[in-house]
Ligand binder design. Structure first.
Ligand SMILES: Cc1cc2nc3c(=O)[nH]c(=O)nc-3n(C[C@H](O)[C@H](O)[C@H](O)COP(=O)(O)OP(=O)(O)OC[C@H]3O[C@@H](n4cnc5c(N)ncnc54)[C@H](O)[C@@H]3O)c2cc1C
Ligand code: FES
Ligand code: FES
Length: 491
């Protein structure tokens, strides 16, 4: 294990092109779990950022962070500042709406995305506008000449209750045509230098305040040292689940180990038979990687939260939450994924189906972290599909989700099948009895209708605000029928 490196609890990031240092205990009353949104709202010159929902659902709080990438350049990401604790932006550049326009003679020169919003009448009451513009700005930096789909995807995490989306989409299309270059491009090298300067001093942040400990390691050995020393600390990575404990349930998170700075958890590698995905890599990165290589996972990630959420959320967090509606879980279970756990001086691997033991409960030990997910690739001849039913397509969690994997023999009979549903029980669950009944049966409409009839006995879903139990059964039946239709047209 590495020598213990201990920094005073001081975090650093770039704002307005200056390195900001925040120490704890903090005279201004900042806590380590103060969100970036609340920090900005306390600054006299950064009140453009707005709070709508404080739970990642409206996008009014959208800001952009620029961070060093592995090629030595900068990557720009839109994030929901209401979900991000201050230490999570350590070593990054924080860009807010106030940074977009620049002084020009006696006036100001709007950023191209702002100018396009003005020209397209993209704002009425203006409450959503700073967040909307920041999402557009991230798009401007990342995708020159985006398609309408790409624009809609970039803006899917931003709600507007008055303007209507057409002028906003038009503004984005116009602004981002041949976009990319702006005054941020001109200062890119000096930003990189400053971020590298912060990075060079990087050693584990240990922030202690009366009532709170916030620990941010940058290496796996340090993460494991802290995990052993603070076995009751809450692990966080993207904090898109955990921040809500504070913002909605008003719980003071007293001990946190923040894994978001551990780059070793952000790998993706593959060989001929499997893809290994680090627990700390963002859902957005996984989406990009799997679009061609593992479409069944990418299909579900395309409708996972919004871009702001996907830039923060991780696979480790989705698996660690063990939610019955965790969107990656049906696919991972259908593919027979395993989880690799690292603990104090040891590691172990287990099938994901055994790792998730109950409603939001896993088999993780209190000295362990999830390091990677090991995902077998679909084999030749296997037909596999994932589905999500939610009240709206974007930025909504699943009511019912499913993944089906099928192998047929030459007589069109089922030789192997996986039927896995989310939202139908207290955990994401396999319908083993139906699978067994299908083996050896002809893959025709009569067989699938029989299987649909068995779903009633296989699951006892709950009724909640999203759907009645009886509607969930209907959705599950229809997904199975949809899969049958798609699988027959594929052959
Ligand atoms: C607005 C909004 C929309 C959302 N939409 C979706 C959606 O469409 N589909 C969906 O499935 N989810 C959705 N979520 C839920 C959430 O984004 C996901 O569950 C996400 O994958 C969590 O990842 P995270 O890194 O943010 O987890 P965190 O909040 O950091 O952690 C979640 C849990 O995992 C544990 N954990 C995290 N990393 C590790 C690790 N390396 N080792 C061990 N334990 C770990 C934590 O202790 C915690 O219990 C949404 C959330 C919000 C706020
Ligand atoms: S305030 Fe609504 S997403 Fe952050
Ligand atoms: S302009 Fe009013 S909410 Fe969008």
């Amino acid at each position: 294990m590495n020598a213990v490196t201990k920094a005073p609890g001081k975090l650093k990031f770039l704002l307005d092109n200056e390195i900001v240092e925040i120490g704890f205990p903090n005279p201004a009353g900042l806590k380590p779990t103060t969100t970036v949104l609340n920090y900005l709202r306390m600054q006299p010159t950064h009140k453009g950022v707005k709070e709508g929902c404080a739970e990642g659902d409206c996008g009014a709080c959208t800001v952009v962070v620029a961070e060093l990438d592995e090629r030595g350049g900068l990557t720009y990401k839109s994030i929901n500042s209401c979900l991000v604790f201050l230490p999570m932006i350590h070593g990054k550049q924080l860009i807010t709406i106030e940074n977009l326009a620049v002084k020009h003679g006696n006036g100001i020169l709007l950023h191209p995305v702002q100018q396009a919003m003005v020209e397209a009448n993209g704002s009425q009451c203006g409450y959503c506008t700073p967040g909307m513009v920041m999402s557009m700005f991230a798009l401007y930096k990342n995708i020159p000449n985006p398609t309408r789909n790409e624009v809609e995807d970039a803006l899917s995490g931003n709600l507007c209750r008055c303007t209507g989306y057409q002028p906003i989409v038009q503004a984005a299309l116009k602004a981002c045509k041949d976009g990319g270059a702006d005054h941020f491009s001109a200062i890119k090298e000096s930003v990189i230098e400053k971020l590298e300067e912060i990075g060079r001093e990087q050693s584990t942040l240990e922030i202690f305040t009366p009532g709170q400990k916030y620990l941010k390691p940058f290496t796996i050995p340090e993460a494991l040292r802290l995990r052993k020393q603070y076995p009751d600390a809450l692990l966080v990575n993207g904090s898109t689940d955990t921040a809500l404990l504070q913002t909605k349930k008003r719980i003071l998170l007293d001990e946190i180990i923040d894994l978001s700075g551990v780059d070793e958890l952000k790998l993706i590698v593959e060989d001929h038979s499997r893809i290994v995905i680090g627990a700390g890599i963002s859902i957005e990165e996984i989406l990009k990687y799997t679009e061609v290589r593992l479409p069944v996972l990418a299909d579900i990630l395309k409708v996972f939260g919004s871009q702001q959420i996907r830039n923060l959320a991780t696979l480790g967090g989705n698996v660690g939450s063990a939610s019955p509606i965790g969107d990656t879980l049906p696919v991972l279970l259908a593919l027979g994924a395993s989880v690799r756990l690292l603990g104090d001086g040891r590691q172990r691997e287990m099938l994901l189906k055994d790792f998730i033991v109950d409603y939001r409960k896993t088999d993780i030990k209190n000295d362990e972290i999830i390091a990677v997910l090991i995902i077998p690739k679909p084999k030749k001849g296997e037909i596999i599909r994932s589905y999500k039913v939610s009240k709206r397509k974007d930025l909504d969690i699943s009511t019912v989700s499913a993944c089906f994997k099928l192998k047929l023999d030459e007589q069109n009979q089922v030789s192997a099948i996986h039927i896995i549903y989310g939202g139908m029980a207290k955990t994401v669950q396999r319908a083993s009895a139906i699978e067994n009944a299908l083996i050896g049966k002809k893959w025709d409409r009569k067989t699938i209708e029989n299987a649909m009839g068995m779903l009633h006995d296989a699951y006892v879903p709950i009724s909640d605000a999203r759907a009645e139990a009886s509607s969930r059964i209907i959705m599950a039946r229809n997904l199975l029928l949809k899969f049958w239709h798609e699988s027959t047209s594929e052959r």
